[in-house]
Write a protein that binds this ligand. Structure first.
Ligand SMILES: NC(=O)c1ccc[n+]([C@@H]2O[C@H](COP(=O)([O-])OP(=O)(O)OC[C@H]3O[C@@H](n4cnc5c(N)ncnc54)[C@H](OP(=O)(O)O)[C@@H]3O)[C@@H](O)[C@H]2O)c1
Length: 169
């Protein structure tokens, strides 16, 4: 089965979302997200249906990446180039047969929870945001087999401080 990475941004209490949107507006983090997930333009991103719906229409499908949406809904109205699977394993098996280089799980909370304990999850790219925001969705606790291998320098935007960090199994 295809190995994959998780990419997320979370506050000090692992908050990641509110009312099906992001709790903050950090251009540098969106740029970081694009750079990592686009890579050499042969990568795939897997997201839950709520995260797909949360993307502004003009930005979806996310450009230069194969977009995969997980949902058990039967009558999904997705663009033809977007793949839809009912489970993470089904998506990973299908992506192994395609010629994609790297696979990224891009949220939300429900999918992160399934992905982080999956044996094929190797790396977590986590933007660690200082402070506590009003959130209704949370990133799961990071299992102890993941070690922090990179702590980025302190960035600041709109008075919000954050670092780009990497955890690996
Ligand atoms: N800070 C960040 O990095 C970040 C990143 C992404 C999203 N977010 C935020 O997270 C929030 C959304 O999270 P969420 O937990 O509500 O939604 P989500 O995980 O995006 O979507 C949930 C839906 O996706 C499907 N799904 C998820 N995991 C699945 C799995 N393992 N197998 C099969 N289907 C699966 C199910 O669809 P069906 O019910 O149709 O079967 C489920 O109801 C928003 O606020 C968003 O802005 C934050």
């Amino acid at each position: 089965m295809k190995n994959f990475s998780i990419i997320a941004a979370a506050d000090q209490k692992l908050g990641i979302g509110i009312n099906n949107r992001l709790p903050w507006n950090l251009k540098a983090d969106l740029k970081h997200f694009s750079t990592i997930t686009i890579g050499n333009k042969n990568n795939a991103v897997i997201m839950g249906l709520n995260t797909w719906k949360s993307l502004p229409e003009k930005f979806r499908p996310l450009k230069e990446r194969l977009n995969v949406v997980l949902s058990k809904e039967k009558l999904l109205d997705l663009p033809a180039e977007v793949l839809n699977f009912q489970s993470l394993d089904e998506a990973l098996n299908a992506l192994e047969r395609k010629n994609v280089d790297n696979v990224f799980i891009i949220g939300g909370a429900m999918l992160y929870a399934a992905a982080i304990t999956h044996p094929s999850c190797q790396t977590i790219y986590l933007t660690e945001i200082e402070g506590v925001f009003k959130c209704d969705t949370f990133f799961p606790a990071i299992p102890s087999e993941f070690k922090k291998i990179e702590t980025g320098e302190l960035n600041e935007e709109n008075g919000i401080k954050f670092r780009f960090c990497v955890y690996q199994k």
